[in-house]
Design a protein around this ligand. Structure first.
Ligand SMILES: C[S@@+](CC[C@H](N)C(=O)[O-])C[C@H]1O[C@@H](n2cnc3c(N)ncnc32)[C@H](O)[C@@H]1O
Length: 304
């Protein structure tokens, strides 16, 4: 896999179409720094940690789960994540108005990118829509790359894998006003600063471009919430331990879901970043749409 890791910039690569299909661009990430007494704190699951350590700790989680990530996703959600992702992408209708440029942040193993390209091709015979899959974790991207090798998109300009931080996308690789569609699925809650992610999303989207986020959310029904908590905290870490040999990472994943803001608060953050959303309520014409009673939700916003 390291053979496809190039330290080329996107610009130099795009001049050579045959080599522009898939590349990795390495950027320096924040390195863990020793804690100082006055450093700001954030959460890592239910733990409070110095802000500067979160990125490294999250990377540790996804390094650990990368090779079992897809299998575990199916097992933990009993396949439901596939339905949610199908719903997410088909609602966005990529390709409906002609080929578009998409960026899928925290794209991991490429689940959303594959759906975007399939949707554009199957619904609109579009083979020109492109997706840049961006993730902070090279191990997750490698799994995605392996997967795309088995598809018709491999070695085409339709797909690129790029290692970078959603909070600080380098301007030279991700110029402002570039993309028509920005997606992020089950990724934003892992980022240290959600406002910084939203700021970058706003920057890289073209005016009129769409921001779309699929994320775990807050369940409103008390009975469903209780059952969901039972399942999350009792079953998922045990599954992680049995299927992936990693209880702690899955414990983090369920805890991180509980720490993420509820739907109205997250919708407000999207607005604060400059996006126009629907009305501040759930459902048709609203700023978000709940899936399965709010276990997950889809938030969208448009860059005006
Ligand atoms: C739960 S996975 C989701 C992967 C994929 N979007 C999906 O839905 O299957 C979360 C992903 O977020 C990535 N991630 C975490 N923090 C990130 C950051 N600051 N910038 C970019 N990616 C990040 C992780 O490496 C991981 O691949």
């Amino acid at each position: 896999m390291h053979s496809v890791t190039r330290s080329l910039t996107r610009h130099s690569c795009r001049r050579t179409p045959c080599s522009s299909a898939t590349l990795f661009v390495r950027h320096n990430h924040t390195q863990p720094t020793p804690n100082s007494n006055n450093s700001r704190t954030t959460h890592f699951g239910f733990q409070t940690i110095p802000e500067e350590q979160k990125e490294t700790m999250v990377k540790g989680v996804f390094n650990s789960v990368a090779s079992s990530y897809d299998v575990m996703n199916d097992a933990m959600s009993m396949g439901v994540h596939r339905l949610w992702k199908d719903d997410f992408v088909s609602t966005l209708k990529p390709g409906r108005k002609g080929p578009i440029r998409c960026i899928d942040l925290a794209g991991g193993t490429g689940d959303i990118a594959l759906r975007i390209l399939d949707h554009a091709r199957e619904q609109y015979a579009d083979r020109e829509t492109t997706v840049d899959v961006v993730d902070i974790n090279a191990e997750m991207l490698k799994e995605g790359y392996k997967r795309f090798k088995k598809t018709m998109y491999h070695n085409t300009p339709q797909i690129s894998f790029i290692e970078s931080n959603a909070q600080a996308l380098p301007e030279e690789t991700f110029p402002s006003n570039t993309y028509d569609l920005y997606t992020i699925a089950f990724g934003i809650r892992n980022c240290t600063s959600v406002p910084d992610v939203l700021k970058e999303a706003y920057r890289v989207l073209k005016p009129g471009g769409t921001f779309a986020c699929l994320e775990f959310s807050k369940v409103n029904n008390p009975l469903l919430s209780m059952m969901y908590d039972q399942y999350s905290f009792s079953v998922i870490p045990i599954m992680g331990s049995i299927l992936a040999g990693d209880r702690d990472s899955y414990q983090y994943l369920v805890e991180s879901i509980r720490k993420f803001p509820g739907q109205p608060d997250f919708a407000q953050m999207i607005r604060d970043a400059g996006f126009s959303t629907g009305e501040m309520h759930e459902g048709r014409g609203g700023a978000w749409r709940d899936l399965w009673g709010g276990i997950a939700s889809i938030h969208t916003g448009v860059k005006l």
